[in-house]
Design a protein around this ligand. Sequence first.
Ligand code: SAM
Length: 239
Amino acid sequence: MEADWDGIADWYAELVRGGSAMHHFSRGMLLNALPEKLLGLAVLDLGCGEGIVSRALASAGAGVLGIDPTHKLIAHAEAAERALPLGVTYRVDDGTTLATVANDSVDGVTAALSLNNIADLDAALRSIRRVLRTNGFLSFTVPHPCFDAPGSETITTSSGMRRTAGEYFAEGLWRSTHPQSVRRAGNYHRTISTYLTAVLDHGFTLRSCTDPAPSDAVRAEAPHRLGLPPFLLVSTVLI
Ligand SMILES: C[S@@+](CC[C@H](N)C(=O)[O-])C[C@H]1O[C@@H](n2cnc3c(N)ncnc32)[C@H](O)[C@@H]1O
């Protein structure tokens, strides 16, 4: 049977809470791209999962709403909020509609590794635009499209583990066959230019597009990432 997000939710929450270097790295690069002062800002964390980014935003002083369609992940996020209250509100909602989020109600949107789980990127960007106030930010990370394309894999060579590139131009849904991959639940691959063109077409102004080198912790956890950026970060503002 094919995996889905509800099916891998407990595994994913455990992975993230077990101290996954990749997830700490993704969270850190996303937070670095946000305004220095988050105190008092209303931030929507789209595809919040078990809440790793939502908690960090709240700890930095933002008023945070985390939404995710995966009931089990919202349950994990709410359990963490009960255990250590930070004032985060979590709701089951879909990033393509944001049905529970009012128009012009947030100062910023973060989407950590979630837009690549959404089939209809245009619908998500329309909804984000609807809920964002003028001068609001949208910052998101996705698995690096060059090195996590369909068919990309990790191989062992005489000089160690290496990542093969895969089919960069094969946009659309693919599933990893690796039993420990997040992408066994499905991943919508898009090229870098598709992401950038989409945000520009939806009226966002590009602030930065970066793909930082892996940290020592990421390299230790995932030696095949040596010399490759694990994630792409896109930072925009709605003027
Ligand atoms: C790789 S996880 C990232 C979770 C969290 N942001 C993090 O950094 O750990 C991808 C998330 O996208 C969510 N997702 C899947 N479909 C979605 C949709 N239509 N709208 C919003 N989120 C979605 C999944 O439920 C999952 O929580």
